[in-house]
Design a binder for this molecule. Structure first.
Ligand code: M6R
Length: 365
């Protein structure tokens, strides 16, 4: 049921404070993360030579968003695989690896084939899925359900943010034996408990995102630049726009800007730059300056109160969002982009919940 909402996508975007709360329920007690589905395998995971994240589409992006904190808290190298590419390359995978399969449906064919492949090669296989009883849940050695609730819209929204939260909790659990990161872990756990309220806050940008969408309806293309924790945000924001609004959109690593994309910049092409506060902030400030120097048409996402820092001359549009722990910032930052994609779709007159040519669950290769 869509209730008060016109579309499932809108309903699911607005459900995120609740779905995130459900994802965390019973798992954060007295500053300790408890994930029942992993506890028997924790020793093996901690000793693994490498953690490999495997998924498709939005699920891959969620894993990419969680990668920095997974590396930082576990001290285990984390590599990324798009499931189909892993199979195409017959990528090397070893019994000393922990392979983390991420899938909302738990039924994506490429992800399941990659799972078979990893099982044959003896890796420990961990599942992160929204679907209890799915093939992914049944065939992995261990795992965590994201408990986002049923997601109907083809565009994944609440599953994405719940997947990130669950993978952050997995990183916290794996890294919980390290004294050196105790303060960091405590700060993240405190941040997790406040997160649903901050998501509620950022959802108030709905009207502002509709106005922004109105200014973009006739565009051919929309670029998004992110880096670090928010490289995934750029990729996922662009996927949402192309998937539902049927507008060409590309998410790019800002560090790659000078290696080609800069040639596209002129006063017409809209570019969203994600420049919220974290270790990458000063680098993003210089990206903004360089884009300004080429008369780029910028829309800058920044932390609340930073508008004058990211846009001293007031020439760009600014989207201000609450600042949270670095590893949780992608959860906040994707929400305005989900809203933007939603409004662009409605204004352009396309089907929000069932975009042409797409299926919710891709069960064929
Ligand atoms: O069910 P899964 O998470 O395995 O699905 C993977 C992708 O097909 C999916 O995330 C797709 O990219 C979404 N429709 C994007 O919104």
């Amino acid at each position: 049921k869509k209730g008060d909402f016109d579309h499932f996508m809108k309903k699911e975007i607005h459900e995120q404070p609740g779905s995130l709360t459900t994802s965390m329920r019973g798992r954060l007690k007295n500053g300790i993360v408890g994930l029942g589905g992993l506890k028997d395998h924790m020793r093996t995971i901690r000793r693994s030579r490498r953690i490999i994240f495997i998924g498709c589409g939005t699920s891959y992006h969620a894993a990419l968003a969680a990668r920095p904190i997974m590396e930082e808290l576990t001290d285990v190298p984390v590599t990324m695989e798009i499931a189909s590419d892993m199979l195409d390359r017959k990528a090397l995978i070893f019994k000393e690896d922990t392979a983390v399969f991420v899938s909302q449906s738990g039924e994506t064919a490429d992800t399941l084939h990659a799972l078979e492949y990893a099982l044959e090669n003896g890796a420990l296989c961990l599942g992160v899925t929204n679907t209890v009883g799915s093939t992914l849940a049944r065939k992995t050695h261990c795992g965590v359900h994201i408990n986002a609730g049923c997601e109907i819209g083809v565009a994944s929204t609440k599953a994405y943010t719940c997947q990130i939260v669950v993978m952050v909790m997995i990183a916290l659990a794996i890294g919980s034996d390290k004294l050196s990161t105790l303060a960091k872990r405590e700060a993240i756990i405190a941040g997790l408990t406040k997160l649903p309220e901050q998501v509620r806050d950022v959802l108030k940008l709905d009207g502002e995102m509709k106005v922004l969408a109105q200014s973009l309806i006739d565009e051919q293309s929309l670029l998004m630049f992110g880096r670090g924790n928010n490289y995934a945000t750029a990729l996922e924001g662009a996927l949402k726009v192309k998937e539902v609004a049927l507008m060409h959109s590309e998410g790019m690593l800002a560090g790659e800007m000078k290696h080609g994309p800069l040639a596209l910049v002129d006063e017409h092409l809209p570019i969203i730059v994600i420049a919220t506060q974290d270790d990458s902030f000063s680098k993003q400030q210089s990206v903004i300056q360089q884009l300004h120097a080429r008369k780029g048409r910028l829309i800058v996402m920044c932390s609340k109160g930073d508008a004058s820092l990211v846009c001293p001359d007031g020439r760009s549009r600014v989207i201000e969002v609450p600042q949270v722990a670095d590893c949780l910032q992608p959860i906040i930052n994707i929400i305005p982009l989900q809203l933007l994609a939603y409004h662009l779709t409605v204004l352009r007159g396309y089907d929000v919940d069932q975009p042409r040519n797409l299926a919710k669950s891709v069960t064929t290769q």
